[in-house]
Design a protein around this ligand. Structure first.
Ligand SMILES: [Zn+2]
Length: 399
């Protein structure tokens, strides 16, 4: 590693280790503040906690209000003074909503040995604390001015970012690097590619009739839906990484009534843009079909997150992080995952992106969600040191 980065490294490490207790308290405050889909007040409280730290770091902050009581946070701190020349433009991504509603019964952080267990502790409030800790470490060594930072923290990622995708994409457009702080893999790894993710809500409209007296007058929506379920299932292509999961079906009111309506919810994961096109075309065809005579099909939804396909820009950034990690004795494998995140948007725009920079953990979206406590500081070190090294080398990997 170059000399200047090396001289800062020891101070970065010392500061982050000394402040571990403060970061864990900050994490507890965020986790104990429920920020589920049903809790706009809780989400706003989380936003305010993040905003307070950005203000202390000299960021200009902006709340962006969107439909559905969604308020997102955008923070910007341009490079300053003599260090502005050649400053890398960095986007920090992280959402503060979680999948746990205020009624989930899973509402607070528990410490169990070297584990922290709680709602959103990995997905992804731990990552938000990591990002801000790394910034504080850069400030501590006088290097915050050497970067142009934008942070976008959204409130609707768990429902596929419908009101914040444009903020993420607009912020990414002029960036050199995107760091997304989703939960680190249980191997300790980061993420180098993600599946594209789609959701379809399918309704078959039939016609109700008495099952005995008037059966011929009915159009059985359940039978129509059953045929569509099999048609969706047949669109899978595991060899290409395309999976389809019909996860929910509902329909009918009584045994002796021809059902006039049936619904299904379908999850789609794809690994390539060609597969996005194939699935979208096939679903459009199904939407125009008549699965049983007289039935009408309605399909809402689509592939809302494009696939993040591995590419040279992202792989180069990940290799840089791996080199910095190795220099500090940390193994940092890179993994492909079927889960989507906002990094899908930035990687699909061609901006160098790394994800999974949050603390190492398991069980996101379950009541067993947990992270390794010591990895909060470990990840913050990695991010601060990798940024310093990137600034030194312009992203050219060092040996
Ligand atoms: Zn999630």
């Amino acid at each position: 590693m170059p000399v200047a980065a090396t001289s800062h490294a020891a101070r970065v490490i010392a500061l982050l280790e000394a402040r571990e207790g403060a970061y864990l308290r900050r994490l507890r405050d965020l986790v104990d503040t429920n920020s589920g889909l049903d809790n706009p007040a809780g989400r706003l409280a989380c936003l305010k906690q993040l905003e307070r730290v950005y203000k202390m770091l000299g960021f200009a902050t902006r709340r962006v209000e969107r439909p559905g009581m969604m308020v997102h946070l955008v923070a910007h701190r341009p490079a300053r003074g003599v260090m502005a020349e050649g400053a890398p433009k960095v986007l920090l991504l992280g959402h503060f909503d979680t999948v746990y509603d205020s009624t989930s019964g899973f509402l607070s952080l528990q410490q169990e040995g070297d584990w922290l267990h709680g709602p959103g502790v990995g997905d992804m409030k731990g990552g938000l604390v990591v990002a801000q800790a790394a910034l504080e470490a850069l400030q501590h060594v006088g290097q915050l001015d050497a970067f142009d930072f934008v942070a976008v923290h959204n409130a609707d990622e768990e429902v596929q970012s419908p009101t914040s995708r444009d903020l993420v994409e607009a912020a990414a457009a002029d960036r050199d690097l995107v760091l997304d702080f989703e939960i680190g893999r249980k191997t300790g790894g980061v993420v180098r590619s993600r599946a594209g993710v789609g959701r379809y809500f399918v309704t078959v409209h039939g016609r109700a009739a008495h099952a005995g007296m008037d059966h011929a007058a009915g159009v059985n929506a359940i039978v129509g839906l059953a045929k569509l379920v099999l048609a969706f299932d047949a669109l899978q292509d595991p060899a290409l990484g395309t999976t389809i999961n019909v996860g929910v079906v509902r329909g009918g009111v009584k045994r002796n009534v021809v059902p006039d309506e049936a619904r299904a919810e379908v999850d789609v994961r794809v690994r390539s843009l060609a597969e996005v096109a194939r699935i979208e075309a096939a679903v459009a065809e199904l939407a125009r079909s008549e699965p049983v005579p007289g039935a009408r099909v309605e399909v809402v939804g689509g592939i809302g997150r494009p696939p993040w396909v591995r590419n040279a820009a992202c792989d180069g950034l990940i290799a840089h992080f791996q080199q910095v990690a190795a220099a500090h004795g940390i193994a940092l494998p890179a993994e492909d995952t079927g889960g989507g995140s906002d990094a899908n948007f930035t990687a699909a725009l061609g901006v160098a992106t790394i994800d999974g920079l949050g603390p190492v953990g398991t069980g996101p979206h379950t009541h067993d969600e947990r992270i390794r406590t010591h990895t909060v500081v470990e990840r913050a070190k990695l991010v601060a040191l990798a940024l310093l090294a990137w600034r030194e080398t312009g992203g050219v990997a060092t040996n």
